[in-house]
Design a protein around this ligand. Structure first.
Ligand SMILES: C[S@@+](CC[C@H](N)C(=O)[O-])C[C@H]1O[C@@H](n2cnc3c(N)ncnc32)[C@H](O)[C@@H]1O
Length: 319
């Protein structure tokens, strides 16, 4: 019955319950009145989520936010609310429910359930497209500093984020490594909305609107974050070959993805992979699945660097 946790989390995120507790614990009746729901019912949901470390019940019966629940506040440093609403939206939830048909038909459940592929669904439902990209952006905001801090970048040279969307990771890397210059490559319509234009990073970056299958900007470090997981093996090799060709001598390619560990212990990468299977195309790969793709592109996997997030960094250099 693990789905009850996701559903309860979705309900309190949708109702913005955490914002009601921002100043500290309150009686449930007060919170329920403020968000317009029944107090008895809300108390049952808070009790379930207290068991998951989201809320905490005081000795006097009031409920407050447990440390993990603080992230649901709208004013949290890295708000989790839009990520929760995105991952529990019908586009993932309903397709997950229909997983057996995905397995029988080898994919295409999204189109079966929603009557059109995901891309077309986004074209027709701007609100869902915004929910998805806003949620992913908040998830990236949470993991980007952890990724930037986990890898020892060179002291000088150029780092290019290939498919780096608005430059969130690149900004973190440049902040942490003042001797580096950055290049952001993404589709023209995405880079037009970049977030690199801050006084702190002035003069250290360049933005390129283009197609990474056509060319990749030359650099000492090329980063591909959440890119290979969207691509089939053939397209991964095509892109990695472009990266190999664009690398400065002595350069490095960093594939940053939710790498599935060989160890069978529970790991969030398998949940990410489940969603790719149920609702999208693409997959999360193991190190052993990525190594041959790098090799086919003239690159050699040198090591896997963990981060304090679901993401790992696969480092590769030319053969
Ligand atoms: C899943 S998002 C990852 C964004 C970012 N790296 C992150 O981790 O938050 C994939 C990105 O690749 C970009 N992209 C997809 N195909 C591309 C192409 N052919 N050329 C350039 N960028 C592309 C998309 O616009 C999108 O920003």
């Amino acid at each position: 019955m693990a789905f009850t946790y996701s559903a309860a989390l979705r309900a309190v995120a949708a109702l913005r319950v955490a914002d009601q507790l921002a100043a500290g614990p309150r009686p449930v009746a007060e919170v329920a009145a403020a968000v317009g729901v029944d107090a008895g019912a809300l108390a049952r949901i808070l009790r379930l989520l207290a068991g998951r470390g989201i809320f905490a019940e005081e000795a006097d019966g009031r409920f407050g936010l447990a440390p993990a629940g603080q992230a649901l506040r709208s004013d949290a440093a890295v708000p989790a609310r839009s990520g929760v609403l995105m991952f529990t939206d019908a586009m993932f939830w309903t397709t997950s429910y229909e997983l057996a048909s995905t397995l029988r038909r080898d994919g295409a459940t999204f189109a079966d359930v929603f009557g059109m592929p995901l891309g077309e669904y986004f074209d027709r439902h701007a609100d869902k497209e915004a929910l998805f990209y806003d949620g992913m952006e908040r998830v990236s905001d949470a993991e980007n500093p952890l990724i930037a801090a986990s890898y020892e970048f060179p002291a000088s040279g150029t780092v290019a984020d290939v498919g780096g969307r608005y430059g969130g990771l690149l900004a973190q890397v440049l902040r942490a490594n003042p001797g580096l210059r950055g290049v952001l490559l993404d589709k023209p319509e995405e880079v037009a909305k970049h977030r690199l234009d801050t006084p702190e990073l002035a003069g250290r970056w360049e933005v390129v609107g283009g197609d990474f299958f056509t060319s990749v900007p030359p650099a000492d470090v090329l980063v591909l974050k959440r890119i290979l997981h969207n691509l089939d093996d053939g397209d991964c090799v095509r892109l990695l070959r472009n990266c190999r060709a664009a690398l400065h001598p002595g350069g490095t390619v960093l594939v940053v993805d939710a790498i599935v560990p060989a160890d069978p212990a529970p790991h969030q990468s398998t949940a990410m992979d489940f969603m790719m299977l149920a609702a999208m195309t693409g997959k999360e790969r193991t190190e052993a699945e990525i190594a041959p793709l790098l090799s086919a592109a003239g690159l050699r996997l040198t090591r896997l660097v963990p981060t304090h997030s679901v993401m790992s960094i696969v480092e590769a250099v030319p053969h």
